[in-house]
Design a protein around this ligand. Structure first.
Ligand code: ATP
Ligand code: LTN
Length: 329
């Protein structure tokens, strides 16, 4: 039986953090051999907010290198840059014309990102979800492995696909959000009521490329409460978050009970130092591989070129079908 196709992407809008890893990339890696995978660096999404051109160019390459350093196999998986395939922007325009403003008005990410500065934000930020729908639907993906915060965008993608298929012709596969229960929402270290995020301030996250001593400091500073027992208590969100991260990074098959038993009689200090050690150990091989890959700048350029060459025909075919169905050209 043919494998299901996964499509996902991350914006090169900042350095990658543990939330991106646990909510997205780790699952891409774990399931890469069971699926056909297309993973994108969504640079056109990044420019919905102002970016420094030189830094953006570097971050695009760094993000692709991190995909590989985390264990994505570039021989079997297509890794490419969104702006290398013109079809994304073109299909996004068709979707802008198909998507009611009311659907976009409901998107919580737009509201969170703009707050009371809506009128100053770019039109691109508002139509961002139509571009995301184009990314996914161009490749006829069966599913989209993402963290919980992207669920609403994948649901909008489904709505757009269904509307197009109903009004014009059945061109698009309607994809599923593939969201794991575990790790889908890693919380900020300095405020466990918010998600860990690139745009959330310097004390909220652990970067994938942080040095070991920085990781230790960040975890030591993480907000907890005044309790003493180390148990999964949802009323103590700071502690809960640290324990969740600990569990996710522990050996496969480790249970919550086993973690609680391990920390019985120990305090928050022990949890923080053991967690820091676990994070450092997890990130060490990723960082090593990242630095190895970085020694030859041509390596990543080659991978990205090959990735784009592999996916371009799929994108071109879907766009042609969509344009024909709409009577364009
Ligand atoms: P920004 O702050 O710019 O929105 P971000 O840190 O939220 O960035 P994205 O580029 O939007 O990161 O997300 C990339 C992937 O990582 C998505 O699949 C998203 O769902 C996932 N992700 C982001 N933050 C978290 C988190 N805190 N917990 C779990 N998954 C996350
Ligand atoms: N909106 C996503 C990034 C993104 C994406 C996609 C994810 C853009 N296009 C297609 C999955 C599939 C985000 O902010 N994390």
């Amino acid at each position: 039986m043919a494998k299901l196709r996964a499509f996902s992407g991350i914006q090169p809008s900042g350095d990658l953090h543990l939330g991106n890893y646990l909510g997205a990339i780790r699952n891409w890696v774990l399931e890469q051999h069971d699926r056909e995978n297309i993973f994108c660096v969504v640079d056109l999404h990044a420019i919905t907010l102002p970016q420094d051109p030189k830094l953006l160019h570097k971050r695009i390459r760094d993000l692709a290198k991190i995909y590989i350093a985390c264990g994505i196999d570039p021989e079997s998986v297509a890794i490419f840059v969104q702006s290398h395939i013109k079809e994304h922007a073109e299909l996004a325009w068709l979707f802008n014309c198909l998507t009611p403003i009311g659907w976009l008005n409901r998107m919580t990410q737009f509201k969170e990102k703009t707050g009371d500065r809506r009128d100053q934000s770019s039109a691109g930020l508002f139509v961002y979800p139509a571009l995301m729908a184009a990314d996914i639907l161009l490749y006829q993906a069966d599913g989209v492995p993402v963290g919980e915060d992207q669920k609403q965008h994948v649901e909008l993608t489904r709505d757009i696909a269904e509307k197009f298929n109903r009004e014009y012709a059945p061109v698009f596969k309607v994809p599923q959000p593939w969201i794991k229960e575990d790790g889908a929402r890693v919380m900020a270290l300095d405020d466990p009521t918010k998600k860990m995020s690139k745009s959330g301030g310097p004390n909220n996250l652990i970067y994938m490329l942080d040095d070991p001593d920085v990781i230790v400091k960040r975890i030591k500073r993480a907000v907890t409460d005044t309790g003493t027992t180390v148990v999964f208590d949802s009323q103590r969100p700071g502690l809960f978050n640290l324990l969740e991260i600990y569990l996710l990074l522990s050996k496969p098959g480790t249970t919550k009970e086993a973690v609680e038993e391990h920390f019985a009689g120990k305090g928050y200090g022990a949890l923080k130092s053991e967690l820091a050690e676990l994070v450092v150990e997890t990130l060490k091989p990723v960082q090593q591989k990242y630095h190895e890959i970085s020694e030859d700048p041509n390596y990543i350029e080659e991978i990205l070129k090959r990735g784009a060459d592999r996916v371009r025909p799929i994108a071109a075919r879907t766009l042609d079908d969509a344009k024909a169905a709409m009577g364009l050209g």
